[in-house]
Design a protein around this ligand. Structure first.
Ligand code: PLP
Length: 235
């Protein structure tokens, strides 16, 4: 592991942690109110090792094969793996073998596979429902359950023995003001908690918009580039 890479990641991490702390202060929230998940997609297992050494406990991945291999290489580390990517239903059980939390559950077809995978590993799986904040004309092809369909999806997850419904995940729409998007998310999350009072996680905000997300109540932010730098185009 290169000392240079470690120093670079440490400096970036310090900067992102300071941004989170400042955004908490600006929102009148305690500094430890927000959990940082570092998105390690496209970056090697050696970076996960560096992050763990710097006190990072949550890492995020968005491609199954890559996550499977990296989590195996890092099995000795005390980190929790968040699966945040698009998910094929025939891969859902396999993701549950290594993921500690799946944040991208956006359709009923995923639920049975995830529950089966969690049962096979013998430990319940934490789940977030990914809700779409896209305007209808942009929603085509993007991930996330429409807010109108959130209730029935939540019921399906809550009805399993092996999945634990923890809350919601969202990505701000491309090109839109993240403040508007995350304000909508706050309203959706409030209504959601009426029915699921224990599912209080709001995973929102990335390198470019974490301040807006924290201002609107995010409990988890998912930061990739801000900590690890621009993603390599070829792995
Ligand atoms: C890649 C990714 C992130 C991190 O984005 P950055 O801009 O690198 O911080 C966050 N959330 C999801 C769902 C992602 O796919």
């Amino acid at each position: 592991m290169s000392a240079e890479r470690r120093a670079e990641v440490a400096a970036n991490l310090e900067h992102v942690r300071a941004r989170i702390a400042e955004a908490c202060r600006a929102s009148g929230r305690p500094e430890d109110d927000v959990t940082l998940t570092v998105v390690t997609k496209f970056f090697p297992a050696s970076d996960v090792r560096i992050l763990a050494g710097l006190g990072v406990t949550e890492v995020g991945e968005n491609r199954h094969q890559e996550a499977l291999e990296k989590s195996a290489e890092c099995a000795d580390l005390d980190v929790r793996w968040h699966y945040i990517g698009g998910l094929q239903s025939n891969k859902a059980a396999a993701v549950a073998a290594y993921a500690d939390m799946v944040e991208s559950v956006d359709r009923p077809k995923l639920v049975n596979g995830l529950a089966r995978g969690a049962a096979q590993r013998g430990r319940p799986l934490d789940v977030l429902l990914q809700v779409s904040l896209d305007p209808p004309e942009q929603a085509e092809g993007r991930s996330g359950v429409h807010p109108d369909d959130l209730g029935s999806l939540a019921q399906k997850v809550a009805g399993t023995d092996d999945l634990v419904l923890r809350g919601l995940m969202a990505v701000a729409p491309l090109g839109a003001d993240p403040n508007d998007a995350f304000e909508r998310l706050t309203g959706i999350a409030e209504r959601f908690r009426d029915d699921h009072p224990d599912a209080g996680v709001i995973s929102a905000g990335m390198s470019g918009d974490l301040e807006a997300a924290i201002l609107h109540g995010a409990t988890h932010v998912r930061v990739g580039r801000g900590v690890l730098g621009e993603r390599p185009t070829i792995k």
